[in-house]
Design a protein around this ligand. Structure first.
Ligand code: IVH
Length: 684
């Protein structure tokens, strides 16, 4: 993890100045760093960088991809939507993807957004906008058929969410019966946010504290935890509200956001607490600034303003990327600052041995979130900031990420503050720490350090590695603690009883863990390579190694010149690979993996471009495959799956009972084909 934080800082400090060569070499690392942070944020709900830094990384990647479109890949974080889909509630597919929003960090970026829109539209006519509050809650969808609420779902990963129909029915602000038919609407999907009022959040946490229950860290987590309950009586007890800000229907032309707002309000739903129409980007900026000043006046948390193009016709011309609609943007509010006391500094050891300081703070509430840990990055930064233990420090957090210490308030020092002692030895294994030239972090060079092994194992079993779901962070830690695992290969020698003996497992789950490990033996080689945690070798490099070599043995035997022949492998990576495979301990590890029948042979990672970058949209019920599979097929064959129709869509593929998209496609001149025809395009 520390490796990622180090890379994060490197990219933030120097990324803007990289040459093409550097970009080509490092873009995969940047993608991996963004992937890592997204995973932390969306799937583990424990982000480790500020929103602002994350946004800067994301924008750096976007800039590189815009400058060098050849470097853009389908699995880039700019093309993905992250979110956790829990399995306990039934899964439901969304009729069209629930997308994210692009962020504007300042008013200049709003102006740039308007320019981009004008460039696409190629006209100077008046564009009307709407400005409203960005609610910090849980994204949901509500489907109404013939005036009745029939299905509620969470956003999930954007494509597939969880069925929370019953839970949503317990919310007093959710209309069970409406009169949409009078507008000519038979079926409609409302999309919005479920929020918990700040006051209700405080009451809930007070009650939980009295009962010795774990507290929710902010109203959003409380809303999410309360809504996604199997027992709906719990949802009912927690006071939640739903506010809708989007409506989809194929039955009528909804005309504008203003009209949607009117229908939603007239139908009895809670109306948006702030909703303005603007006729110029200057007016938009005025409203965004006004809203930012009012941010604390609302009953619930808001974390920005959402600016949308009012007119739906214009929206259709603008379309969406796979990540966000082009017709809307979120204007993020400035991060919030607070002051508190630095109580202590602890030193964390990461997967690569990097040892980094973390601030232990006197708990303080920032924007409704209790903060008691903050990153201090590295010793250079400690020195630069001159922070001492006992100092009152300003901390900043934007959104819902791990905060960072900005600076000490030296003017209020009492003289009692103590110097931060930088450890000489690893806090875990006591090996003498070293500072490697050109690297900011202190390093524990003992690759057998228990914490490093733990972090490496977590990574090995994680999404970037063999992706063994049963072996999450907790289980990995337990396995090491119980001395059942000493190196990465040991997991392949575990028995059912080993799991059963760990407190975390029962009979069935022990069996599941073993079969998950068995499955992992057969996974693609790139997963194994990436999971090994070789310095500078992330998922992309691992994939490219699998593509260019026939087996792990061949990779291990290659020299720096061999690696130099591969386009996306640079000198540093090549050196690191040779270094890794030349070490006896690693050779032994690989032998041990092979003895456990772990796959070390490349599968044909074919680069096929049958669909030649053309974009495909699927509609209706497909007969031969699921939507997800169809999209994967498009990607595998070098095409682009899209989630909404626009002039830029190349093909609309029709399933059964396809709706009004066919007409739209014809109007826009998009080619319409059958599922059969699509399959023919990708068969040899
Ligand atoms: S409009 C993306 N309006 O923000 C399609 N979204 O970061 C149009 N959100 O998942 C969304 N308040 O759940 C819109 N007033 C608002 C919003 C809002 C909060 C959420 C939404 C979306 C997320 C994107």
């Amino acid at each position: 993890m520390k490796e990622y934080l180090k890379l994060t800082e490197e990219f933030l400090a120097h990324g803007e100045d990289f040459s093409f060569m550097e970009i080509a070499l490092k873009i995969d690392t940047l993608k991996a760093v963004i992937d890592f942070h997204s995973h932390k944020y969306y799937l583990e709900s424990s982000p480790v960088v500020s929103d602002a830094k994350f946004d800067s990384l994301f924008r750096l990647l976007k800039k590189w991809e815009e400058e060098y479109p050849d470097l853009k890949t389908n699995d880039s974080p700019t093309q993905k939507i992250y979110s956790a889909v829990q399995t306990e509630l039934k899964k439901v597919s969304h009729s069209s993807a629930m997308l994210s929003l692009e962020n504007a960090m300042n008013t200049d970026e709003l102006i740039e957004w308007e320019k981009r829109i004008r460039n696409i539209l190629k006209h100077d006519r008046l564009i009307e906008y709407t400005v409203e509050a960005k609610l910090d809650g849980l994204s949901v969808s509500a489907i109404y058929k013939n005036n009745f609420f029939v299905q509620g779902a969470t956003r999930g990963d954007g494509q597939v969410g969880e069925d929370i129909t019953l839970n949503m029915k317990t919310l007093s602000s959710l209309m069970h019966n409406v009169d949409f038919v009078k507008y000519g609407i038979k079926k409609a999907e409302l999309r919005g946010e479920v929020v918990m009022f700040k006051k209700d959040f405080e009451d809930l946490n007070k009650k939980r504290a009295d009962q010795n229950e774990k507290l929710f860290s902010n109203p959003r987590n409380a809303a999410s935890g309360s809504l996604r309950q199997l027992d709906v009586s719990i949802t009912k007890e927690r006071k939640l509200s739903v506010l809708f800000f989007n409506m989809l229907s194929d039955d009528i032309d909804l005309i504008s956001e203003e009209n949607v707002n009117k229908i939603i309000t007239e139908s009895g739903f809670v109306s948006r607490p702030y909703f303005k129409k603007a006729s110029s980007i200057e007016e938009v900026i005025g409203y965004c600034t006004e809203l930012e000043k009012m941010r604390d006046d609302f009953d619930f948390e808001i974390d920005g303003a959402v600016v949308k193009v009012n007119n739906h016709d214009i929206r259709r011309s603008l379309g969406s990327t796979s990540h966000h609609p082009r017709w809307a943007i979120a204007y993020k509010f400035k991060a919030k600052e607070e002051t508190t006391r630095l109580l202590d500094v602890i030193w964390q050891v990461g997967r690569t041995g990097a040892v980094t300081p973390v601030a232990v703070l006197e708990p303080v509430l920032i924007d409704g979130v209790k903060v008691q840990r903050a990153t201090l990055h590295n010793t250079d930064e400690l020195e630069r900031k001159g922070i001492k233990i006992g100092d009152i420090v300003t901390i900043i957090r934007s959104g819902d990420v791990i905060p960072k210490v900005v600076a000490p308030m030296t003017e209020v020092r009492t003289g009692q503050e103590k110097k931060i002692i930088v450890p000489q030895n690893c806090p875990i294994c006591e090996t003498k720490l070293v500072k490697i030239a050109d690297e900011v972090a202190l390093k524990c060079t003992n690759s057998a350090c228990p914490r490093q092994i733990e972090e490496r194992l977590i990574y090995f079993c994680g999404r970037k590695g063999l992706d063994i779901e049963s072996l999450g962070d907790k289980v990995c830690k337990k396995l090491i603690e119980a001395e059942l695992v000493h190196d990465l290969a040991d997991i392949f020698y575990l028995k059912k009883q080993d799991f059963y003996n760990l407190e975390l497992f029962k009979d069935k789950s022990s069996e599941n863990a073993i079969s998950a490990i068995n499955e992992a033996r057969q996974k693609e080689l790139w997963r194994l390579i990436s999971g090994l945690g070789i310095a500078y070798v992330g998922v992309q490099t691992a994939k490219s190694l699998e593509k260019n070599f026939t087996s792990l043995d061949e990779i291990a035997d290659a020299n720096e010149e061999d690696f130099a022949l591969i386009y996306d492998i640079g000198e540093k990576v090549a050196r690191s690979l040779c270094d890794f495979f030349s070490k006896e301990e690693n050779q032994k590890l690989i032998e041990k993996l092979k003895n456990a029948e772990v796959n070390t042979i490349s599968k044909s990672v074919s680069v096929n471009d049958k669909l030649n970058g053309q974009s495909f949209l699927f509609t209706g019920t497909l007969q031969k495959m699921t939507r997800e599979q169809a999209k994967e097929l498009v990607e595998e064959n070098g095409g682009k799956p899209t989630s909404s129709i626009s002039k830029k869509t190349d093909y609309l593929v029709l399933g059964e009972n396809a709706g009004s998209k066919v007409k739209k496609a014809k109007d826009l001149g998009v080619k319409v084909i059958s599922e059969e025809e699509f399959l023919q395009m990708i068969t040899d």
